[in-house]
Design a protein around this ligand. Sequence first.
Ligand code: PMP
Length: 416
Amino acid sequence: MAVTEQRKAGLDVERIRADFPILSRTVGDKPLVYLDSAATSQKPRAVIDAEREFYERHNANVHRGIYMLSEEATELYEEARVKLASFIGATDPATVIFNRGTTESINAIAHGWGRKFLKEGDEILLTDMEHHSNIVPWQLAARATGATLRYLPITDDGLIDLSTLESSLTDRTKVFAVTGMSNSLGTLTPVHLLADAAHAVGAVLVVDGAQLVPHVPVDVRVLDCDFLTISGHKMLGPTASGGFYAKRELLEEMDPFIGGGHMIHEVYREYSTWNDVPGKFEGGTMNIAQEVGLAAAVDYLQALGMQNVRAHEEEIAAYAIERLQDAGARIVGPVDVSKRGGAVSFVYRDVHPHDVATVLNEEGIAVRAGHHCNQLVMRRFNVAATTRASFYVYNTRREVDALVNALGKADDVFGA
Ligand code: PMP
């Protein structure tokens, strides 16, 4: 089917499922129901093949050799950068830096930009819904520079409390770092509005795009964010793929994070000069095969159409929320699907989330139970943990039914 026809038709989920070898696995005698894509997504055959083909036909180190394989490997690696840049609307591919994903990216930004430009008296604004990887690197940067951390609170219905935005963003704020979509609450944040607010006080906006980029059409020109992180492994790509986007002038002025081969221009006994962007941020042998695999994931998502991906997840999240609530679960996060994505956290009666997950596993259902690296969120909602079902392009209503039916088994086991 031509891509445009496929877009009009929405997602053909059964056809998509056939592209994912792992989805035909069983757990004991039960078919696997994979509802943990917020932790990591499954990989279509096209991605697995691209990585295998790279190793079988093109493997060599990049930017080094003047022989054919190295040239081919470099071409594939740089083509992956062009594809990823175009996927997020970045017009200059050099503004996309490759690395292992969001955790490494935020560390690179907090280190390379934060430690260079923050000083005592400056403020770093975060929100209470950040993943630990968008908190801890800033705590380290604050400790190193004397800057102070501030947080925007969360409303009862799981949104960022914007009533405190004006008083929290001041001319002392130098960085505002916020998630584009919460991995525990599922909340979508108003990135464009937050970028405008940050820029009005001269701060840079760092967007944790780990959950945003895989699930929603993203255009950095429209969002006007200064930094955007990308987790390839959550968007059908290999583990340790992805990286971050930044406006070129920021990449030029910030420090590198990892020192070593390739990231230098010249090395002297006492100092070195840096390679041009993006090489300045890609020291050492990179995750070449993984980024080549990610390029295949980008092709796959683009053929589906990101509008269709978003529409499918809105539909399935709405169905899951309705069925879970009917079954007696309490949703932790927004219930309005226009304000959220497909990561649905819930607390089921009095059953501990780890017990819920154990019972579900016996039915072949993979969900996540715990604090989801969101301890501030757990404290805000007064829970030690939640159970989280998270959906992606390959999930069906039938799987939501399986989840809800299996919850009934928790009643039998734990007498809830
Ligand atoms: N931020 C959010 C919102 C996430 O969901 C995750 C992954 N759980 C991360 C950051 C960390 O991303 P990565 O696994 O790419 O380091």
